[in-house]
Design a protein around this ligand. Structure first.
Ligand SMILES: [Zn+2]
Length: 692
């Protein structure tokens, strides 16, 4: 129960560079917070005592403040903020001097500033200037009224904008859930499939596969006729859940997949299950992980329709994300790129989708998993995870994918599927913390990989998408509830070195290089200091990835042992990865995302090209004419890259002051890139016109 509640707590994700709309909203939140915090904490005896002892501040006023206290959850920081506020109020009312003298404290030269400084020093409240409300000179009662008025106005404005965005989204053509048929024995798709004559919802690539599968399938093979199917499709939330729980706990039957579909439809139609059913769904899903019998999952996956649903269906996406993926398969253009788009339906769609994202705070839409996809993910993802690992009972078991890896093809396929779902940014956006067991499951997998154990099914090797897994882990480390598992996973990947990258090509590795640079820049992770506080007070442990881990991952990218690149090609590989990180559209995402990290890799290349040039060129000050050509050939391939120090050096340069950085950024946004954007945008416009 505790864990379930904690799952909802992730909604306050704060983008490192918020859009103006979000920034405005956040400022209001901060203002509301500082006003709230500056009111006395109920039951803070020390403060109340201090207030009572202070002249003029009466017990009545103290009681009044007590009543005014908004509920913000009893954090000690409230006392500090209040105390600072009180010191300022006391100074305003001319009371501070008497108060300090009465307590044997120095008043300095008697100026307001000196007394405030003395009071802060005495109370251990830190230096002046680091308190948001104080810098703004906010005074409590007026501030409260003002904040209330502003907040109401902003809220009304936001509601209006949200309604307008939703109306525009509704006009985009709907995209149905994708379902894929596969062979129930081999999970093959895209081949001619035969249908089981009895249940009519199980498919096989050949008669032999069907016969081999029959011992598992016969238990659940039964035809569900139209009447029974219609009955299931009409079930309400509680009845549907109860039937699904029975069916799953029995190891699957002819109705399991139909009941899963009904549950998803109920969520999509806005049924909320009153919270209670959602809790039970979570408990049911997590409970399956403790099942000791691997055969239980073999039988569950052999039930009609289950294998294809668990392996291929995109039912973890919501309607809007399905539209988004359809219109912008490479990702929605960044806000910066909008200016480059011709006015028209493509740009309007991009604007609407960006606005929707901002209005739902990065796609979460509130606490407690209010999105239909997230509710469904609690059952779907937990069935997948339980199919690949037998969990241990532990304090964090609700967020835990650790345990004994299950034997057999179902276990292998499920492990790959779990990683594939987690590595998909659309699924992460839609399901958030319902994916919490993924990082520790990935950890289990990497540890196995290091020991030579690999998932065996074609198309389901989790580390074919190692770049996606790194992206997901970095995101989880910054924002998720399983951050400590994500950090441990990344550390494990460093330990394993090149073995996890052997399935990755140059573009994939370059993608990781860009992600690492981006993470280091956004989180200021150039060293191993700090990083033990998750900032939300939930106590989930370390949430920031250490600089040394980032540097280690970066170094791993160039490792070739046991991979598709031979060791003698290491220097070549390094040059290609860095070049792709600087240039490659596919490696960095479309339309102007990640200009800073790409600029960094470009700068590295310029640096190296310069180092290889005669000193006279460098002495001339300006970039040599042929620099564009020179930076095309990454020099000194055998010199190791000191990733973090050089990133820090680059980041510290002001754009205006450094020729190399200017040149690098110019290149990153340069004409080649513009041409690519224009071509991409033109093709979108065309597809919009043809669809419109
Ligand atoms: Zn059948």
């Amino acid at each position: 129960m505790l864990d379930f509640e904690a799952c909802g707590a992730r909604a306050r994700r704060v983008s490192p560079r918020p859009s103006p709309a979000i920034a405005g909203f956040l400022i209001i939140l901060i203002l509301i917070r500082s006003a709230g915090l500056s009111v006395i904490a109920r039951g803070d005896a020390r403060l109340c005592d201090a207030l009572r002892k202070a002249p003029v501040v009466s017990a009545t006023r103290c009681a009044m403040w007590r009543l005014d206290r908004p509920t913000l959850g009893g954090r000690t920081v409230q006392g500090r903020d209040f105390e600072i506020k009180w010191i300022h109020d006391a100074a305003d009312e001319g009371l501070l001097e008497a108060w300090l003298k009465e307590r044997g404290q120095s008043v300095g030269d008697g100026s307001r500033e000196a007394m405030i400084r003395a009071a802060r020093h005495w109370r251990g409240l830190g230096e002046e200037g680091d308190d948001a409300f104080e810098d703004k000179g906010v005074v409590l009662p007026e501030a409260r009224a003002w904040i209330k008025a502003v907040a109401a106005k902003e809220a009304a404005e936001r509601e209006r904008e949200k309604a307008s965005t939703e109306a525009q989204l509704a006009r985009l053509e709907p995209v149905e859930f994708a379902t894929t048929r596969c062979c129930a024995r081999t999970y093959a798709t895209g081949v001619p499939l035969l249908r089981c004559a009895r249940c009519k919802r199980t498919f096989y690539a050949s008669k032999e596969h069907q016969e081999a599968h029959w011992p598992l399938h016969k238990r659940s093979c039964r035809h569900v006729d139209d009447d029974e199917a219609a009955g299931i499709a009409a079930l309400g939330m509680a009845a549907c859940f109860n039937a699904l729980a029975r069916s799953l706990q029995a190891g699957g039957d002819a109705t399991t997949a139909l009941l899963m579909a009904r549950l998803r439809a109920l969520f999509d139609a806005g049924a909320d299950g009153d919270g209670n059913v959602e809790m039970q769904i979570h408990t049911l899903g997590r409970g399956l992980i403790f099942h000791a019998d691997d055969g239980f999952f073999d039988r569950l996956w052999a039930a009609p329709g289950m294998a294809s649903h668990l392996l291929f269906d995109d039912w973890l996406l919501n309607e809007i994300e399905r539209k988004e993926r359809r219109w912008f398969p490479l990702g929605v253009p960044s806000e910066d790129a909008l200016g480059d788009m011709e006015p028209g339906p493509a740009r309007a769609a991009a604007e609407t989708l960006i606005a929707h994202d901002a209005q739902t705070l990065g796609g979460f839409g509130g606490f407690g998993g209010s999105k239909p996809s997230m509710k469904y993910c609690y059952i779907y993802f937990n069935v997948v995870v339980a199919s690949t690992v037998q969990g241990r009972q532990s304090m964090s078991s609700a967020h835990d994918g650790r345990g004994r890896i299950r034997r057999g093809e179902v276990g292998n396929a499920a492990r790959g599927r779990a990683m594939q779902l987690w590595a998909c940014p659309y699924v992460r956006k839609c399901c958030g913390d319902a994916l919490a067991p993924a990082p520790s499951l990935a950890y289990t997998h990497v540890a196995g990989l290091a020991a030579g154990v690999r998932a065996g099914l074609p198309g389901f090797d989790p580390f074919e998408d190692a770049p996606g897994v790194v992206d997901a882990a970095l995101e989880e480390a910054s924002q998720g509830v399983a951050s400590q598992h994500a950090v441990a996973l990344l550390e494990k990947m460093v330990e394993c070195g090149g073995c996890v990258w052997r399935a990755c090509d140059v573009a994939g590795r370059a993608r990781v290089a860009v992600a690492l640079a981006s993470y280091a820049m956004d989180n200021n992770r150039y060293d191993d200091e700090g990083g033990d506080d998750d900032g939300y007070g939930f106590g989930y442990g370390r949430t920031a990835v250490k600089g040394s881990v980032l540097a280690g991952l970066f170094a791993c990218l160039f490792e070739t042992a046991d991979g598709r690149y031979e060791d003698k090609h290491r220097g070549w590989l390094r040059a290609q990865i860095l070049r792709a990180a600087a240039d490659d559209e596919a490696a960095v995402g479309p339309l102007g995302k990640n200009d800073r990290p790409r600029g960094f890799f470009q700068w590295l290349r310029i640096k190296d090209a310069r180092a290889a040039k005669p000193a006279t060129d460098a002495a001339a000050g300006a970039l040599p004419d042929d620099v564009a050509a020179a930076i095309g050939d990454f020099a000194a391939p055998d010199t190791p890259v000191d990733f973090l120090p050089r990133l820090q050096e680059y980041d510290a340069l002001k754009e205006d002051d450094d020729d190399d950085k200017r040149a690098a950024l110019r290149h990153a946004r340069g004409p080649t890139r513009d041409a690519k954007w224009q071509a991409m945008i033109a093709s979108w416009s065309k597809s919009f016109k043809s669809k419109a």
